[in-house]
Design a protein around this ligand. Structure first.
Ligand code: ADP
Ligand code: MG
Length: 691
């Protein structure tokens, strides 16, 4: 029996390992960088590199890699061995401070949105000492940020790190108003990861799953999730074995895998780690997505991380639980017990509500992807409209502040923050609205719009930057106030009144909410191109907060638009291929059998009514499928006439996606009318119930 505490973090160069392997002085200096985001003292780099290499070689590493997160959203790595030749024809294992802190991958094949001219292929990677290095499959992985030679961010990680600095600076100013001298505030994140498992033998027979990660065709199985028997249901032995194996693997990498359960749809599951600092959580989640796929393969299954692998059942999200805490461990989203603590909490809450309303479009952009478009507004997912749920108690307090009303249970007649006592705000899990895209859950906010395949860096740098900016505005206003409490009360009342439209406690899955949100003037950006088209409205925000320059932001917008239309094009071409090569011939073969049967039956004088009816039906459907196929081919090739990624993305959403849906509808109808043995690929029954 393996001892979990013993294997936990076995492959991570974590704090306790560092403490034991590094000279005291070096450890102290490094710890300062890790805890307070201070620049690394270059004089210690060689010592750290040496200790790291010795430790890694001990764990079986022969290579090292600067691990980074380019704009593709996945991770990238290039492995270099530690070997270095000596004069006598032998080698030694070496690793220098320079190799640890900086790398120069040839980066010409990563999307840069025009940031890097092709002649300047190099980018460079810079060690992020705040996220621990680890050993995996014989290689030492060093988490890094990835920039162009002129210093522009080419990855998802750099803006995240910058946003963490921005929010820390501004949050410290806010805390100072309440008499607290705090050096660093970090944002914390616990991402709940949803995924599907399918049997590998079925996966291998689906061209769409292999090429696009989702089913582009497939009639719904007679049973889906309507019996509500899968959520938290007992875990099948094969899946349980996989989950146990997965936990062990994750623990070795120091990932705090904590909760696992079946999700709403058949074949859907969730794993949630215990939260940590945002950049560590981001790295860990990227690693988790990698490990989960590998472990599934070992168990003869394939893990689907796509947001909507199947039509007609739930999609997968990645709930981003988000909060902030000080270096002394105070969670800034924990409602306080005394009036002063309440006032601080209410100001921070007001800032988040304000940020959410002011930057609602940006929140939407941060979760925009072709995959997530299918999910938002579909089964059991919040629509593309951003709103927040506060719960009854907190909601009532906010109302009372806005309306200058008496607050029941309060000792004074009007709420005067910082002076009067508020009713205790409960930390309950029962008062939860599962349909809200951004719900307060007692001591954190749960952002439920992010998609399961997404890198959470983007969601979090957007959240951090938006809240940092509002903190900045508040601090500017309050620092100069003559009477702090007067100014505070006035500000909170004014801001909550101005932004209350973003608070919604009703059912977010209801159509009525869409109409109501429109009345409130809340944006509803349904597709990724619609959302991305508004990205450049936020240039000022990002430049002011030093998170993205204008060039960096425009590059990002361009990359995401390009990624979107390329993906839609791949999906369209896959559908065209499958229809021509597999689906139409299969239906034709079945019709041939029906015709032969009919001819034979006729010879012996038996009625051929049934064959004739089916033949007529399938012939009509085949003709219709063929015309939808041609329409899709025309729509898809039309994109070559469009100039620019923005226009091409918009075209894909408006013309290609509907043509794909039209073809799918007819093909799914053919599937239910064709004998199973003729259908050229595994069905939804195989995929959803085959494990
Ligand atoms: P549920 O499914 O009920 O929302 P889970 O237990 O699956 O809850 O996930 C909750 C997530 O929230 C966990 O990852 C947990 O560590 C995280 N979390 C708890 N407190 C905080 C916090 N202060 N900051 C960020 N995340 C948090
Ligand atoms: Mg959960």
């Amino acid at each position: 029996m393996t001892s979990i505490p013993e294997i936990f973090g076995e492959y991570v160069f974590n704090e306790s390992t560092m403490r034991s392997k590094l000279p005291k002085e070096v450890f102290k200096k490094l710890k300062k960088t890790i805890d307070y985001g201070e620049p690394l003292d270059p004089s210690i780099a060689n010592d750290v590199a040496h200790a790291m290499k010795e430790w890694a070689v001990d764990k079986g590493a022969t290579h090292y890699t600067h691990w980074f997160q380019p704009m593709t959203g996945i991770t990238a790595e290039k492995h270099d061995s530690f070997i270095s030749p000596t004069d006598n024809g032998k080698i030694i294992m070496e690793f220098s401070g320079k190799e640890l802190t900086q790398g120069e991958p040839d980066a010409s094949s990563f999307p840069s949105g025009g940031l890097r001219a092709t002649f300047e292929a190099r980018g460079y990677t810079a060690w992020d000492p705040t996220s621990p290095a680890f050993v995996k499959d014989g290689t030492l992985y060093i988490p890094t940020a990835f920039c162009s030679y002129t210093g522009e961010a080419l990855d998802k990680k750099t803006p995240l790190l910058r946003s963490m600095d921005a929010i820390s600076t501004q949050a410290c100013r806010i805390l100072k108003l309440f008499g607290k001298d705090v050096k660093r505030v970090t944002t914390t994140v616990g991402p709940e990861q949803e995924y599907f498992l399918v049997d590998k033998k079925y996966f291998d027979e689906r061209e769409d799953l292999k090429l696009t990660g989702r089913t582009l065709f497939g009639a719904m199985a007679p049973k889906g999730q309507e019996m509500e028997d899968h959520y938290f249901g007992s875990i099948k032995p094969r899946v349980a074995e996989f989950m146990a194996d997965l936990d062990q693997e994750l623990w070795k990498f120091g990932l705090l895998a904590k909760t696992k359960h079946n999700e709403v749809s058949p074949a859907q599951h969730e794993i949630a780690p215990i939260f940590s600092t945002t950049n560590v959580s981001t790295d860990n989640n990227q690693l988790l997505m990698d490990v989960i796929k590998n472990v599934a393969q070992k168990h003869g299954m394939v893990c689907l991380l796509h947001e909507m692998p199947f039509d007609g059942v739930n999609g997968s999200g990645k709930h981003n639980n988000w909060s902030m805490s000080t270096d002394e461990g105070e969670n800034l989203l924990s409602p306080g017990k005394d009036p002063a603590a309440n006032a601080q909490f209410m100001l921070i809450l007001t800032a988040i509500i304000t940020a959410l309303d002011r930057y609602a479009k940006l929140m939407r952009i941060s979760v925009a992807s072709a995959g997530n478009d299918h999910r938002l507004g579909a089964n059991e997912a919040p629509p593309a409209i951003v709103s927040t749920f506060l719960g009854d108690t907190l909601g009532a307090i906010v109302d009372a502040i806005i309306n200058d009303e008496e607050q029941t249970g309060s000792t004074s007649s009007k709420i005067k923050l910082g002076v009067s006592t508020l009713p205790v705000i409960p930390k309950d899990n029962t008062d939860r609205n599962r349909t809200s895209p951004f719900a307060f859950t007692g001591n954190r906010f749960e952002f439920r719009m992010p998609g399961s395949a997404q890198n959470i860096a983007c969601v979090n740098f957007v959240l951090n930057t938006s809240v940092a900016k509002v903190f900045k505005d508040y601090a500017d206003e309050l620092e100069g106030a003559e009477d702090f409490h007067e100014a505070l009360n006035a500000l909170i009342k004014r801001e909550l009144t101005a932004h209350q439209r973003i608070i919604f406690n009703g059912n977010g899955y209801d159509d009525e909410w869409v109409a109501e949100a429109e009345k409130r003037g809340l944006p509803n950006l349904k597709t990724t191109p619609e959302a991305l088209a508004t990205y450049d409205e936020f240039v000022d925000l990002f430049t002011e907060m030093n998170v993205l320059t204008k060039t960096e932001l425009l590059a990002r917008q361009d990359i995401l638009q390009e990624e979107y239309h390329k993906l839609i094009n791949i999906e369209a071409m896959t559908m065209i291929d499958m229809t021509k090569k597999d689906i139409l011939p299969a239906v034709s073969a079945y019709m041939n059998e029906l015709s032969t049967t009919a001819v034979n039956k006729k010879q012996i004088g038996v009625s051929t009514d049934i064959e004739v009816m089916l033949l007529n039906k399938l012939t009509a459907l085949s003709v219709e499928a063929y015309s939808k196929l041609e329409a899709l081919i025309v729509a898809d090739s039309g994109r070559t006439e469009i100039e620019g990624n923005a226009a091409e993305a918009a075209y894909a959403a408006e013309k290609i996606v509907p043509a794909m849906e039209a073809l799918r509808a007819v093909v799914d109808e053919m599937e239910v009318n064709t004998a199973g043995k003729y259908w050229p690929m595994p069905s939804y029954i195989d995929l959803l119930f085959g494990v």
